[in-house]
Design a protein around this ligand. Structure first.
Ligand SMILES: [Fe+2]
Ligand SMILES: [Fe+2]
Length: 306
């Protein structure tokens, strides 16, 4: 275990929210539960004191060659700004406090990633100026649903990299708190969305649903663009498409989805069962999986499930 794990502790424990009694999405109990779940599982680690494990030349080269670092840093930069900007518009003090923490954690992810790339000598492309696109609610929805998509695949890719040995164990342990934080964020986000749509004036709801639909179309369009970039030598944006092969020794998409589904369930399992879980991406992935052959077989299964 690296010394880092003494500064970053695992945050997957069940929250001590104290919320109890009759429960309905959109009521005060729901609000208290999803906000306190985020707030009470905060992990006070400091990026500056993370002791990045020393890697042998082969492991370091594998890490450096991953086509993700620019997009990962920029995504966290945008997420921090989007979440913080929306937080400033929220009137409810508890929800606002939780969203402010969410923004703090996104900015901290950016710092963690910046320190990681510096520690391993990875060169980043110049960062763009971060600006909020659209109104603050739109930006928050884009970041939230985007995280629901990306985290689902990231959980599976991270686990695949752990099982295959692509990521050395010390690095897995060092980075684990960031992964668990993303599961807290998407859990918080889907519950916020459920609460928000039930507490807004009735006349606003159809507009909100249209906005959510537009966000999904935007995100799917964006990802189709990302997939198209794969053949154009773009360094980034294509990690889910090529990532499985990078980290998992030619693991197939069916196998990856199986691992994503299992990991998603595992990472969500510690939290209060009354809370809503991110459902759309696992449901779509599960549906797509039904039409695919294959899975984990034979020697590869033994290796990956070890
Ligand atoms: Fe993040
Ligand atoms: Fe996040």
């Amino acid at each position: 275990m690296s010394s880092t794990t003494s500064t970053i502790t695992d945050t997957s424990g069940a929250p001590q929210s104290g919320a109890d009694g009759p429960f309905r999405f959109g009521n005060d109990l729901h609000k208290t539960l999803f906000c306190r779940t985020l707030l009470d599982t905060f992990n006070p680690y400091q990026p500056a004191v993370i002791d990045w494990p020393e890697l042998d030349a082969e492991a370091r080269d594998r890490l450096v060659s991953l086509p993700i670092w620019d997009i990962a840093v920029q995504t966290e930069g945008r997420a921090g700004l989007n979440v913080a900007t929306y937080g400033q518009t929220v009137a409810d003090p508890l929800v606002r406090k939780a969203i402010e923490l969410n923004a703090f954690e996104e900015r901290r992810h950016k710092l963690v990633l910046s320190n990681l790339v510096a520690a391993y000598g990875i060169t980043l492309a110049p960062e763009p100026d971060y600006v909020v696109q659209g109104d603050p609610e739109w930006a928050f929805l884009v970041t939230g649903y985007s995280e629901c998509i990306d985290s689902f695949f990231a959980f599976g890719l991270f686990e695949t990299a752990r099982r295959s040995g692509f990521f050395p164990q010390a690095l897995v342990e060092t980075f684990e708190p960031v992964m668990q934080e993303e599961s807290r964020h998407i859990l918080f986000f889907v519950n916020w969305a459920a609460w928000h749509r039930r507490t807004m004036p009735v006349w606003r709801r159809p507009f909100f649903e249209l906005k959510v639909l537009a966000v999904w179309i935007f995100l799917i369009w964006e990802r189709i663009g990302i997939a198209r970039d794969v053949g154009n030598g773009a360094q980034d944006n294509n990690f889910t498409v090529t990532g499985a092969k990078s980290v998992g020794d030619d693991i197939g998409i069916a196998e990856l989805i199986d691992i994503c589904l299992t990991e998603n369930k595992r990472r969500m399992s510690p939290y209060d069962q009354r809370l809503k879980r991110p459902a759309a991406v696992p449901a779509l992935a599960g549906l797509a999986r039904r039409f695919m052959r294959g899975g984990l077989k034979g020697a590869r299964k033994d290796r990956l499930i070890a």
